[in-house]
Design a protein around this ligand. Sequence first.
Ligand SMILES: [Zn+2]
Length: 229
Amino acid sequence: MYVDMNRQFPGDPGSMSHTRRAVHTFWTEIIKKCDYTVNLHGCMKEQIPRVVYSEDVPETLEMAKAIACTDDWIIANKSEHTRLKEDTINHACAEAGIPNVFIESGSGCRGYDAIRASSDRVVEGILNCMRRYGVVEGDVKRPPRWRKTEFYTHVRGKGAGIIHPEPCLRVETKVKKGDLLCRVFDFLGEEIDRVHAPHDGVILMEPNAVSVGPESSICLLAHPPKCFA
Ligand SMILES: [Zn+2]
């Protein structure tokens, strides 16, 4: 059975599940002893690097601003995951009042240079956050402005099939509610779905896939970001 550790927090010391016991040890022996925590997520899809903070823990916005130290980044305070209140690290940390942010990043290109560039950007952000809190020495870098979105959504279609993307289905493209993002065809070439933008926003993550499963996420769409300095 597949168990996602990041849906088991804070674990349970009396559980029959090794995973839940291991999570509980990680929670009590490591996370609860931390002043600040960052969890790293990602996948091999072209995306705007983003750092998600928790509005329930005000300090996390400061952390997010330190991590988003170049204007590539987008800061978000809610995603589908945070809204679902699942038993994730960030949810458990928010309940316990431990500042926690999570980073999502990745590249659609599997070449060394592209993967390296996206991981270097994450390392740069975390080091800047460590400088911000005096963990390492050095000047704290600030971008000319920060970009922040209130919420981002997974855009899903109705059926499984082959994705035919429209030209707007590209990272950083602005779309309007109702814009056609892609069409989905079955294996016999029949169009089975037209997927439209559920709200105005900017494409945060591309599909980078030929096909999509039933009800699966096709792309991520952020509500129009606002800039602040
Ligand atoms: Zn994630």
